[in-house]
Design a protein around this ligand. Structure first.
Ligand SMILES: Nc1ncnc2c1ncn2[C@@H]1O[C@H](COP(=O)(O)OP(=O)(O)OP(=O)(O)O)[C@@H](O)[C@H]1O
Length: 298
């Protein structure tokens, strides 16, 4: 199990940006073997900083990262697979050579690296592109190569910073299938994403980070159950103050006003909502991950 415990990180100000920034404010979470963990949060919430600390690219000011109960060291990290935010491929190198090169850097034999590269090219639909220079590939195909580079040495933990960003649905499926296979083999996978529907579809569990702290974590079903029984009313463009005196809280998303409450007289709430504007939704429906996210970071 990977355990992230109370990580704190503060970036000192610089001449161009003199104010110091607290990037991590005691973030904690765990990821079990074979678990796909979706790491979500607004821009600047602290996802990349956390992943960099796990990979040893950055030092935390305090807190710890441990694997199977032991602190992580450089030897462990050599057995991790990492897709950094700043993609790191050699643009002029051929696709196959590139994957083999990174495998060799991890100490693989020539025969093992050849076999792993062949398999990954096949799984990621890149066999035909094996001899193309990386710079000749589309963004989506470059990202497939980046994933192959992260996977070639058969890592025991995968940390991927927005691996799905900018990909078409076919490429998303190709990457997702490969990651799910690794997960089934017992590898913990952490990936960050702003594509919440994708996270909801793929992940066993989700962590929502806000301002450097974990504000909600658990299975999507568990996060939903915590909100179950809540009446949710969505009214479009209602009159101001329409919900005054009603129980619960109203959040505003464009011209949509979302009232959530537990208890209260639902018939009275419905009457008020209908009078106020166009009722788009009324019911005790379970929230989507997007709803949970907005609520958690509000
Ligand atoms: N090297 C740095 N120097 C100064 N501030 C930094 C540095 N790296 C990150 N930060 C700040 O730390 C905070 C957290 O950034 P981080 O990149 O971890 O967020 P994120 O959740 O990955 O965001 P995004 O979704 O936009 O990628 C931000 O306010 C960012 O500006």
């Amino acid at each position: 199990m990977l355990e992230i415990n109370e990580l704190r990180k503060r970036f000192a100000g610089s001449p161009g940006s003199p104010v110091a920034k607290i990037a991590l404010d005691g973030i904690s979470f765990t990821v079990r073997p074979g678990e796909m963990f979706g790491f979500v949060g607004a821009n600047g919430a602290g996802k990349t900083t956390t992943m960099r600390i796990v990979m040893g690219v950055l030092q935390a000011d305090s807190g710890s990262v441990s694997l199977r109960g032991e602190p992580i060291g450089p030897g462990d990290r050599r057995r991790f697979g990492y897709m950094p935010e700043e993609r790191g491929l050699y643009q002029k190198m051929r696709v196959g050579e590139q994957i083999e090169y990174f495998g060799r850097l991890h100490g693989m034999s020539a025969a093992a690296v050849k076999k792993a590269t062949d398999d990954l090219l096949e799984q990621l639909g890149l066999t035909e592109r094996r001899n193309d220079a990386v710079q000749a590939l589309s963004l989506g195909n470059q990202q497939r190569v980046q994933l192959a580079v992260a996977l070639v040495h058969d890592p025991e933990l995968l940390i991927l910073d927005e691996p799905f960003s900018g990909l078409d649905p076919i490429a998303v499926d190709a990457l997702a299938t490969v990651l799910q296979e690794r997960c089934r083999g017992g590898v913990p996978v952490i990936f960050s994403s702003h594509q919440l529907e994708l996270v909801e579809r793929l992940c066993d569990s989700v962590g929502i980070v806000s301002a450097g702290r974990m504000v909600a974590a658990g299975t999507v079903a568990g996060l939903r159950a915590a909100e179950a029984g809540e009446l949710r009313v969505v009214v479009r463009d209602p009159a101001p103050g329409w919900a005054d005196g009603l129980p619960g809280t109203v959040t505003v998303d464009g011209d949509r006003h979302i009232l959530r409450c537990t208890g209260g007289d639902d018939q009275e709430i419905l009457r008020r909502a209908v009078k106020a504007g166009r009722v788009e939704h009324f019911g005790a429906e379970q929230p989507s991950l997007t709803d949970i996210f907005k609520e958690a970071v509000a």
